[in-house]
Unconditional design. Sequence first.
Length: 386
Amino acid sequence: MADGRFEMSEKTTAELEKLRGLIDGVDQELLKLLRQRLDLVAQVGAVKHNAGLPIYAPQREAAMLAKRRVEAESLGVSPQLIEDVLRRLMRESYLNEKDVGFKQVNPDINKVVIIGGRGQLGTLFAQMLTLSGYPVHLLDKDDWDNADAILAGAGLVLVTVPIAITCELIRSRLQGLPKDCILADLTSIKSQPLQAMLETHCGPVVGLHPMFGPDVGSLAKQVVVVCHGRQSEAYAWLLEQIAIWGARLVEADAGKHDKAMQLVQAMRHFSSFVYGLNLCREQADLDSLLQFSSPIYRLELAMVGRLFAQSPELYADIIFAQQESLGAISDYLNNYAGALAMLKAGDRDGFVRQFREVAEWFGDFAPQFRSESRSMLQSVNDMKSH
Ligand SMILES: O=C(O)C(=O)C[C@]1(C(=O)O)C=C[C@@H](O)C=C1
């Protein structure tokens, strides 16, 4: 008898078979318990839907995790194990509760128009708004002949078109919106679109930046940046609605937000692009890189590789959005060149000195990132099947 390439005696085989049968039984019990938990979560979802409560309940989660960790410890089970399992289960809850739909915060809105509504982010927001009971109309590239009819009587117009055409579209097409209509955008830079909206429309205006891609299963725990424009009391319902979807709203000054995006998006994505470009030019053998990879390298390769599974236009839009990003990217290049010079000069002490300087600057974040990445790396390893 063999298990993979290991030979086993008949006695060992029999013992293992018996124990594995018992494990199968326990796993089947777990499955039934999971089914029970999902049914209860569905009931919680219905209660929350009626009461207009958010999907994500951080205090309940923290209290529950703390209790289960203590109980785990007294049973000789690792607290981290129960925490991992429960967090994974709660991710499932977010998805399940979403399908029940959401309370409609403002039933007086007769029409929501999403410009660019057939794009990926537009589709996601259309789905969330529809699940919340709003009548959603889409206005995409081919619908402009009917624009007046589509926009007539809109209570909310949400602009989600490529950055490069956002301001121009707002200025040239959205002049005649109803006075009380909310004009909002989902663009990943905020100053210019906000200014364009304020100049074009005299009613309520707000800039939003969802800090996630369209492939998130649910908005629970995702961040949406809010840059206030005008008449915030008129769009308070929209922010409350987004919070009910589970997202965390982070208010920011548009200029500050855009400056952060030069590092968080433009520079980050650009360096991922160059990393991929370099692998391509070096004709790296990805198969063997993966074979030799440690979990952190696998994660890094996944982060870079996923870029190239998406639309080049989308990333071009993000990277080219702000002229000022050039400064952040050039600084990076200069730092790279400086570090390379140190390497060429064999200045090992210099490297260690700078490393310490940076570590000190990271401060408490460094150990925090280390422990966060530890569980990510363990998940990466769990995903391997051989
Ligand atoms: O208790 C709730 O409010 C739930 O929605 C259930 C549940 C869970 O799966 O246990 C899911 C999401 C919340 O963030 C907290 C807990």
